[in-house]
Design a binder for this molecule. Structure first.
Ligand code: FAD
Length: 644
């Protein structure tokens, strides 16, 4: 980031003078109009550049035709990370009519700018879910509840996420296969990862719809400090996470292109929708229920513009509403544990006790380091203005990236394996960027007194927040319905830090960050762990003792937004599994689930890449099954003809 301002414009004075300048320009006394014309051209260019960030033409049209005419071959519920992929792949066959029902609409402009992704939270573009309060975790958050947003727009959470592209570790997928999920080992899923993306620097890769690129690098001194600190502790610097998430510090590529987000809704849907009359996308369509006759899904009802509608399914439906809404929709449709459904008075359609169970998430304990106290320049208003101009006109600069967030550290805190047990993300706040810190801390729901304390430090220091993420949580949470009324959100239980092993791993992760704090690289930037005053922890424990850090972790337990596993994949012999290894709902003939909810165990990395891979696999299974049966059908017809 360029910290030097080239022109010393006093912004407040300039704004105050603007009114007077307008009056002078109107009377035309002190200008001949040439310069005024140039300024007006600039203003028009800026306004038009603003409109180009997310114009409606960037997104597929909202289908407004008659949905009752004939059944759709395939109906995909949710146009998120996974649903967009499934719908795009299925509609490659021009003979198949494909319908997508998405509860949200087009993403707002803010979703396009990598730097603003936290700003989407707590808005109408997110499902604003909160987990239940717990004695064991998240006590320093508002109402003691951790906020679990999911994207509610085309692209789903993939339009609200931090765009980091990481596949997870070979061992994750081999572990899925070992649970009886044939075909899901790392070597078997790798081609589906490759199929989904255009590799970095390869704009003409024939397979992938989603482009990967490095994030523009800002705050290079901070990147170097973290990498050098890691090296001092023996954690390697990894040029590329070649085989998923192996231990080391390295830069993750982003699902980003020329400074703009590249969600699957953009890459897979918008890119093809105009050319595919067999693909219909209906926005603001809130699916309410799945209708079965015995084991056959026949129709889907949804609400749109205040009207309840129903669409019929000829071949299959694919549920891609994400790890919270997919199980919730199944439960509302009578698919789940018998007792829970009976309690709510929902008629049992299909007994699948695993629906909503096995909820896994990467909990995060954010730790703050104060840097360069008293010796760093505060960000100026002019730099902020420059960054807006730079983004609007060139799609580069501070707004085209999220600073240090792309620098990821996978660490094994036992030092005994290359399989990481924690992952670190890094969020850097320059001195004076109270606006950025505010958006972040409000996003993660910090209570006001903690927010104010951190804000006060930013007056004369920089802050580095290390997002300490638990890679393999032993504790599992749960999703239940609190009512059959779809207007009421499901009840979410995080169970964060309810297993001793998880607390122990978090403690080792914190010790790793303390060791980093003591390295020469960190000391050169005057790094010092922030002691946030927490009454309960300070009263009961010596600062930095194990007891203190456990107490700290139980106050500041947030999420990395990786909820998974609530409609678990597994063989029919596992009574907690909900879908087969071909992603078919156990006990139903024509319903598949394809999204992050099917992961039997959360991968040891951020979950978007794995979700896209799952969706590619789902489309492949469907194509295989139906093309095979259509070929069989044709063969039978031909045989009949020959017989005649
Ligand atoms: C803030 C945030 C940051 C993240 N950062 C990263 C990151 O940097 N890297 C990474 O790998 N992962 C990241 N993740 C996680 C990743 O984005 C998700 O794992 C992934 O997007 C999940 O995809 P999905 O298809 O399962 O669900 P989603 O993408 O959430 O899609 C579900 C879709 O279904 C729609 N829907 C839900 N209910 C209904 C209904 N009843 N009717 C109709 N439509 C419905 C939703 O509106 C949504 O569009 C992040 C997530 C969040 C929220």
């Amino acid at each position: 980031m360029s910290h030097a301002a080239s022109v010393s414009l006093n912004l407040s004075e300039a704004i105050a003078a603007a009114g007077q300048c307008g009056a002078t320009a109107a009377t035309g006394l002190s200008a001949i109009g040439l310069f005024g014309g140039m300024v007006s051209m600039l203003l028009q260019a800026l306004l038009s550049a603003q409109c180009q960030v997310s114009p409606a033409s960037k997104w597929p049209a909202d289908y407004d035709g008659d949905l009752d005419e004939e059944p759709y071959d395939f109906v995909v519920i949710g146009a998120g990370s996974a649903g967009s992929v499934v719908a795009s792949r299925l509609s490659e066959n021009p003979d198949w009519r494909v319908l997508v029902l998405e509860a949200g609409g087009d993403p707002p402009a803010e979703a396009e700018l990598p730097a603003l992704f936290f700003g989407l939270q707590h808005t109408e573009f997110t499902w604003n879910y909160f987990a239940e309060p717990s004695e064991l975790a998240s006590r320093g958050l508002k109402d003691g509840r951790v906020y679990w947003p999911r994207g509610r727009m085309l692209g789903g959470s993939g339009s609200a996420n931090a765009m980091l592209y990481l596949r997870g570790n070979r061992r994750d997928y081999d572990g899925w296969a070992a649970l009886g999920n044939d075909g899901w080992s790392y070597d078997e899923v790798l081609p589906f990862f490759e199929r989904s993306v255009r590799a970095q620097g390869n704009e003409s890769h024939p397979k992938g719809y989603v482009t990967l690129n490095p994030f523009e690098r800002q705050d290079d001194d901070i990147h170097q400090m973290i990498i050098a600190g890691g090296l001092e502790l023996g954690v390697p610097h990894v040029a590329e996470f070649a085989e998923g998430s192996e231990t080391g510090y390295g830069h993750a590529p982003g699902t980003v292109r020329q400074g703009e987000r590249m969600s699957t809704a953009k890459g897979y849907l918008a890119a093809v929708a105009k050319a595919r009359p067999n693909l219909h996308i209906v926005k603001h369509a809130l699916v309410k229920q799945l209708h079965f006759h015995k084991d056959l899904l026949q129709g889907i009802s949804f609400e749109r513009k205040g009207r309840l509608q129903r669409v019929e399914v000829a071949k299959e439906a694919v549920l891609s509403a994400g790890s919270i809404d997919s199980p919730a929709l199944l439960l509302r449709s009578g698919i789940g544990g018998r007792e829970q459904l009976q309690e709510l008075g929902i008629p049992l359609q299909l007994e699948l006790p695993g629906v909503g169970k096995n909820l896994q998430d990467h909990l995060v304990v954010p730790l703050f380091l104060r840097l360069n106290e008293g010796r760093t320049q505060a960000a100026t208003q002019q730099e902020i203005l420059d960054s807006i101009y730079e983004y609007l006109i060139h799609r580069t600069g501070e707004l085209a990236t999220h600073g240090t967030a792309s620098l990821v550290g996978f660490v094994n805190t036992n030092g005994s394996s290359i399989y990481p047990d924690v992952e670190n993300h890094h969020l850097f706040f320059r001195r004076g960027r109270h606006d950025q810190l505010e958006v972040f801390l409000r996003g993660v729901s910090f209570q006001e007194q903690y927010l104010q304390h951190l804000q006060s430090l930013l007056r004369d220091s920089e802050l580095l927040c290390v997002f300490l993420l638990l890679s393999h949580p032993q504790a599992k949470g749960e999703l239940r319905l609190q009512s059959r009324d779809p207007a009421l959100p499901p009840l979410l239980v995080s169970n964060y830090l309810s297993e001793r092993e998880d607390v122990a791993t978090v403690l080792r992760g914190i010790r790793h960050i303390e060791s980093l704090e003591r390295t020469q690289a960190f000391q050169a930037q005057l790094a010092e762990m922030v002691h946030i005053p927490i009454e309960e922890c300070d009263a009961q424990h010596a600062y930095r003792s194990d007891g203190y850090w456990s107490c700290y972790a139980r106050h500041f337990t947030v999420t990395c937004y990786h909820q998974t596993g609530t409609v678990k994949m597994g063989p029919a012999t596992d009574d907690q599994s909900c879908v087969s290894p071909r992603l078919q709902l156990h006990g139903a003939r024509n319903l598949r689930v394809a999204d992050a909810s099917v992961m039997p165990n959360v991968v040891s990395a951020n979950t978007n890449a794995a979700t896209v891979m799952i969706a590619e696999r789902a489309a492949d299974f469907i194509r295989d099954d139906w093309q095979h049966s259509e070929r069989q059908h044709l063969k039978v017809q031909h045989m009949h003809a020959d017989d005649l």
